[in-house]
Design a protein around this ligand. Structure first.
Ligand code: PHE
Length: 333
């Protein structure tokens, strides 16, 4: 009976082995794909001998394992001491946290101090003091989420901050007397969701107030940031725009880093818009208790997600990925 013979032969040989290496050879000789067991099996009548075949196989397998334990005290078949170890997966800071740290570092080099102001704030700081009285149409720009809570008698309703500009008048009230060099970086909220907008996002707001501050100071600051963030070849331009709280107001563009400003599928014109800026409106200075006849200032407010997606080599098509749990995406940072 070929199966029985095979089994007896295997068990005898296994019991005589003296090393794991010999065992490994026997395993291949009997149980390998081209091993003896399979050779015998090919010739057998499968219907009648199927069960016996499995029993033989199991008997040889358990004899191999048992002998392995006797020889080495372990059931491990093979252990390579020289193989490199496996590192446990290490986490890292979220790409937005990394971007925030870098933005803060760039502006600290210019003497800006990072501050934080409430992310749930009064209408007064978010709109009213920024020259946007109640019912002013300019408010429509910000798709505001209101808090269902009693209004403050002077400061109005509570809102989720739609921009970090709420920090402007708060900072003026805190510092009282210029110079001011503020970087307000925090969360903002707008009722908007598409590939380039998330309901919650981050802005960084610069505010400089002192004697004799003018547009070239603004332009120089933006250029410095641009070179640090995008690289030495970057160029910026300011385009006339309108904000209620700055006069004049601008939108700031940088040369597209995908095509170096030549114009491509991504940017079309060679320029990409990064956000708003301008010279602080005299009414805003007054609202903050600062005399606009003595002092002037500039401000800018940009999205962290937006400048991140434009960083050379990133070109993130859909910023919603940043707030997903997509590990393949996040592990790249
Ligand atoms: N707060 C503006 C916005 O959210 C940006 C801005 C900030 C514009 C400061 C001018 C000055 O779009």
């Amino acid at each position: 009976m070929p199966l029985l013979n095979l089994k007896n032969q295997a068990l005898a040989l296994i019991s005589q082995t003296v090393s794991g290496q010999e065992l490994a050879q026997l395993r291949i000789a009997f149980l390998g794909r081209k091993g003896q067991l399979n050779q015998v099996f090919k010739k057998l009548d499968k219907v009648n001998y199927g069960r016996q075949f499995n029993e033989t196989k199991q008997a040889i397998e358990s004899a191999l394992t048992e002998r392995q334990t006797q020889l080495t005290g372990t059931t491990a078949e093979w252990f390579d001491l020289t193989a490199p170890g496996q590192l446990p997966p290490l986490g890292h800071l979220h790409p937005i946290s990394q971007a925030i740290a870098e933005i803060q570092r760039i502006f600290e080099h210019l003497g800006f101090t990072r501050v934080r102001y409430p992310e749930v704030d009064w209408d007064h700081y978010v709109f009213e003091a920024l020259n946007m009285p109640a019912d002013h149409p300019a408010r429509d720009e910000w798709e505001t989420i209101f808090i269902d809570a009693p209004a403050h008698p002077k400061l109005g309703q509570m809102v989720l901050t739609t921009h970090t500009s709420n920090g402007q008048v708060r900072e003026m009230e805190r510092v009282k007397k210029p110079p001011i060099r503020m970087l307000n970086l925090g969360k903002c909220y707008r009722r908007q969701q598409d590939p380039t907008h998330t309901i919650m996002f981050h802005q960084f707001e610069g505010l400089v107030v002192d004697k004799g501050i003018s547009i070239p100071h603004l332009k120089g600051t933006l250029d410095y940031f641009g070179r640090q963030w995008f690289g030495p070849k970057i160029k910026s331009r300011i385009r006339p725009f309108h904000f209620q709280f700055t006069e004049p107001s601008f939108e700031v563009d940088f040369t597209c880093t995908a095509c170096n400003g030549r114009g491509c599928r991504f940017c079309k014109s060679g320029w990409v818009e990064v956000g708003g800026a301008g010279m602080v409106h005299p009414k805003v200075l007054s609202a903050g208790g600062i005399d606009p006849k003595k002092y002037s200032g500039f401000a800018f407010g940009w999205g962290v997600e937006r400048v991140l997606r434009l960083k050379p080599g990133l070109n993130i098509d859909d910023i919603r990925l940043l707030y997903s749990t997509n590990q393949e995406f996040l592990n790249q940072f």
